[in-house]
Ligand binder design. Structure first.
Ligand code: SF4
Length: 371
């Protein structure tokens, strides 16, 4: 079956998604119409990812909790295009899993590990393997064989918010969708703001709004200083610099961040940010799926070097850290080490003043704690 032989409703829907300019809301921002056109070429299984796997992510669970019927309608639409089985994925024991099961849909209970909801992990898990990234990756959408020779059927993974947006575009049309956002990043989209705030929220918003508006919606506390955008795969930014920036590709570029999965985590100003980074890296070093060198050895080494650097930010310790950072990207079976290296690099840049304080034997956050 080719797109040309799709029935007119299928052709119309793909054209609408293309006209709307919908991109995946899981983080990669790949054009959804391209992905869905590819899946019409053969019978393809569909996994709707509602795991919220990134640190601070809650929006896909929010979609399940608040827009379940639209989400299920979107899944039915995609299932018709794919002509394969549709299943959902949620972290085992989560409220989202419980809600999906109550809705009577086929649900993969994915272990609550960081890399378990990575695209190839979900496909691996759905096919009876462990919820770990596949180190040899077939083109999922065409199917193929993994590193053990196991046959992997054609499968596509779509984020829950993306599937909800597909249902909305099918109902309201591409013009409605393009009323929101910017020409480059059209459509309504969700942002989650949490951490050191008065009221953690999932906000229905759009690209281009001032980031300060998103922080205000969560009642961000007035003494907050920094945010982490998009968790372990993201970047830090000072609130004073980011507040007036638009929440968009251009607005976030100078902080080396992207819209991604739409997460803004406000850091607690009562804690030294270098310690917060240390905790993140220590968490990351425990989350490796133990399959690739940079992840098994490089990330734990990065965590140890960071601790050493924070205790003693000498030029020698910084060099050791930077050598390690240079070895992580592009070498793992998945992008996990790349993301961890990126967040550490961002910390070195954004917290440079505070690193200088540590080098001078001071930490203003330690003084705050003791006052
Ligand atoms: S880089 Fe890490 S998480 Fe990714 S496949 Fe390799 S061991 Fe697994």
């Amino acid at each position: 079956m080719t797109p040309a032989t799709l029935n007119s409703t299928g052709v119309q829907l793909l054209d609408s998604l293309e006209a709307a300019g919908l991109t995946g809301r899981g983080g990669a921002a790949f054009p959804s119409a391209v992905k869905l056109r590819a899946l019409t070429r053969r019978r393809t299984g569909v996994i709707v990812n509602a795991c919220d796997g990134e640190l601070g992510a809650v929006k896909d669970g929010w979609v399940v909790a608040n827009h379940r019927d639209d989400l299920l309608r979107g899944a039915t639409i995609v299932g018709r295009l794919a002509r394969g089985q549709v299943s959902f994925a949620a972290h085992r024991g989560s409220a989202t899993e419980e809600r999906l099961r109550r809705a009577g849909v086929d649900t993969l209970d994915v272990p609550g590990r960081y890399v378990s909801s990575e695209e190839s992990s979900l496909i691996n898990f759905a096919e009876g393997g462990l919820a770990r990234p596949m180190t040899k990756r077939p083109l999922y959408i065409q199917g193929g064989r993994d590193s053990t020779g196991r046959r992997i059927p054609p499968t596509v993974v779509l984020n829950a918010e993306t599937v909800w947006r597909i249902a909305q575009i099918a109902e309201h049309g591409p013009e409605w969708f393009r009323r929101y956002g910017t020409a480059a990043e059209p459509g309504p989209r969700l942002a989650s703001v949490g951490g050191y705030v008065g009221r953690p929220v999932v906000i229905e918003t759009q690209a281009g709004v001032p980031i300060g508006d998103l922080l205000a919606a969560a009642h961000t506390r007035s003494d907050a200083e920094y945010v982490l955008i998009n968790g372990l795969g993201g970047a830090f930014a000072p609130i004073v610099a980011i507040t007036s920036s638009p929440w968009s590709r251009e607005g976030l570029a100078r902080f080396d961040a992207r819209l991604g999965p739409g997460i803004i985590e406000v850091l607690d100003p009562r804690r030294c940010p270098l310690d917060i980074v240390g905790d993140l890296l220590s968490y990351a070093s425990g989350e490796s799926a133990g399959q690739c060198g940079p992840c098994m050895f490089g990330v734990p080494e990065l965590s140890a070097l960071w601790q050493q650097f924070v205790r003693s930010p000498s030029a020698r310790h910084r060099r050791a850290l930077e050598v390690n950072l240079g070895l992580l990207p592009g070498r793992g079976g998945c992008k996990f080490p790349d993301g961890v290296a990126g967040v550490a690099r961002s910390a070195l840049a954004v917290f440079s003043d505070h690193i200088a304080e540590h080098a001078a034997g001071r930490c203003r956050y330690a003084a705050r704690r003791s006052s």
